[in-house]
Design a protein around this ligand. Structure first.
Ligand code: TYD
Length: 218
């Protein structure tokens, strides 16, 4: 039996991590075997790469170095965690995947999308999500939530948090363009409403409550 691979995408502060956990809990309650992972950082090695990538002290990092490090983390995760879990028939939920690189490094930093896709082919060897949940929020909501989080947890962990409004606007437009290109793969959800409401919509669309009735069967 082949498993299913579902990715969660969206701007910083969109709530994807919370939503991923809620979906994982709902699926487990139904007896499904679920693996949760994250990019960058889903493996031991990936965690080390994540620290380098997000460290504000890495400010001199070139955009191409950054690009390669994201894919280095992803290659390891695909080989060590995601593919084996899928081969064992498990459901894999991943917090960010290649679409993040397409929009942050491609649309955000202006790197060529063709190169990002070539690296994806090398790092992931054709591994693609069966469905992608895109939680859409506007830049103002993203900023407001990041500020709140920083008040709670201390200063931002991520260098990307410090990018300009125009950068984040390109990221958002990039995500919506990807979703428009492949509407059968993407589930786009308005992330500005309450957590429970967003979660219910995701579960409905994925057919979780009814087993197989959603449009993106899991
Ligand atoms: P994430 O852990 O999702 O942060 P948050 O929980 O704050 O949303 O992602 C960390 C940062 O890494 C985020 O700002 C987006 C960025 N990123 C890229 O720029 N490219 C990528 O390929 C990935 C996976 C993440």
């Amino acid at each position: 039996m082949q498993g299913r691979f579902i990715t969660f995408e969206g701007m910083d502060g969109c709530g994807k991590t919370t939503q991923l956990r809620l979906l994982a809990a709902a699926l487990r309650a139904q007896g499904r075997d679920v693996v949760e992972t994250v990019e960058p950082g889903g493996t031991e090695l990936g965690q080390q790469i994540r620290r380098i990538l997000l460290d504000p002290a890495s400010s001199e990092m070139h955009a191409r170095t950054e690009l390669l490090l994201y894919f280095a983390s992803r290659a390891q995760n695909a080989a060590q965690v995601i593919r084996p879990a899928l081969a064992a028939g498990k459901l894999v939920l991943c917090d960010r995947f290649t679409d993040s690189t397409l929009v942050y490094q491609g649309c955000g930093r202006g790197l060529d999308a063709g190169i990002v896709r070539q690296l994806d082919a090398i790092a992931c060897e054709g591994l693609r999500p069966d469905a992608t949940v895109l939680i859409d929020i506007d830049r103002e909501t993203s900023l407001a939530r990041a500020r709140k989080r920083n008040q709670r947890n201390g200063p931002a962990e991520s260098r990307i948090d410090e990018e300009s409004a125009a950068f984040h606007e390109r990221v958002r437009r990039g995500y919506l363009a990807l979703a428009a290109e492949e509407p059968e793969l993407f589930l786009v959800i308005d992330g500005r409403t309450d957590v429970a409401g967003v979660s219910a919509r995701i579960q409905d669309a994925l057919g979780v409550a009814l087993g197989t009735a959603g449009s993106l069967h899991v």
